[in-house]
Design a binder for this molecule. Sequence first.
Ligand SMILES: Cc1ncc(COP(=O)(O)O)c(C=O)c1O
Length: 422
Amino acid sequence: MTGRMSPNLALNQMVDRRRAAGESLVHLAFGEARLPLLPGLARELAEGAHRTAYGPIAGAEPARAAVAGYFRRRRLPTSADQIVLAPGSKALLMALQLAVPGDVVLPRPAWNSYAAQAGYAGKHVIGIPVPAACGGVPDPAALRLAVLAAKARGRDPRLLVLTLPDNPTGTLAPPALVREVCAVAAAEDLVIVSDEIYRDLVHDPVATPFLSPAEVAPDRTVVTSGLSKAFGLGGWRIGAARFPGTDSGQRLRDAVVAVAGEVWSALAGPMQHVAEYVYAEPPEIQARVAAGARLHGAVARAVHDVVTRAGAGCRPPTAGFYVYPDFEPVRERLRDNGIGDSAGLARRLLDDSGVVVLPGHLLGDDPGGLRFKAATSLLYGDDEQQRLSLAADEPARLPHLSAVLDRLAEAFARLTAPATRR
Ligand SMILES: Cc1ncc(COP(=O)(O)O)c(C=O)c1O
């Protein structure tokens, strides 16, 4: 038997167990956008309950048409037959890895499931460092060299996964960089999977323009998306993929639908009803997405302030709800406290301060690095506190948020404090 439980899900369950035993933990290791359920969504789910049939594997036409409309409003001409719905985009990402032969190229660091899925698909992973300015895409020059070197070694890189905006760095690759990466993918004949599940959570869309690889390289890009992040519906498991409108795009779509037919059959009928409603983007949904993006930005920036004040380097977050600090600038002080790698750093934060983070090596990063991912979206508190946070002009000043930010500041200060003061 092979396989290890997904580390973020495993940490989440560990937190639940220890909290149930009375421990107070600050949980930064799970990328869930926890916000109160909108009344319209509960209504749609109830209305969809009668949909008990399996239905078409790719999803029923009205739901696929709604997803196509969502992409058309984002400069991507799309028809319903380019869309496949699934129980979460994770399932679609796995099906894509199974449907495209050869090896997979990933940014390093990257969301942990890509490499794990590659393992199940029997693929070799070629990890390429991300640029200094942002994550989610490999450095283009390093990408070209690594692909050529892999081919020379007899590897067969065929698939390039990009994350726009990125988990774990909370940043978005700028358009010029997207164009450069697409040019390398075209030159080396790589299929691009552009994971755009955080697309609607850019904190300031004017300051941080979004360019999809599907606009630059339409014939070779599959976009994956879903309702888990911007729409806060992770547990409802609604994902979608948009395939190129070309013959080869339709062949790839058919290959993914073939996998789907043997694994999940179809997205659950009631969830297709919800998808049809959300992807049409009525005002209630637009307002929530905008408020969510504002809140995520404010809290991610506040956590960024905390880690940089503790001496870490960290890309300023511009999208989603993550920061990816690097404690390299204070390596010596950490070494004096017995911390020399990302596993040790995460362990110390948990043992000394009850702060749970995902160490960088679990995201493909160098185990000797002093980096971790902190998801900031679980800090918003219970239902009522989430409502207050969404409505606040300066959410980080609310008592429940400022208290947890203070606790984080103390935790990070403790990492670098002289041993006698710890
Ligand atoms: C980058 C990225 N892609 C995909 C997913 C999976 O989302 P879904 O809930 O659609 O399976 C996640 C969730 O953590 C994610 O962070």
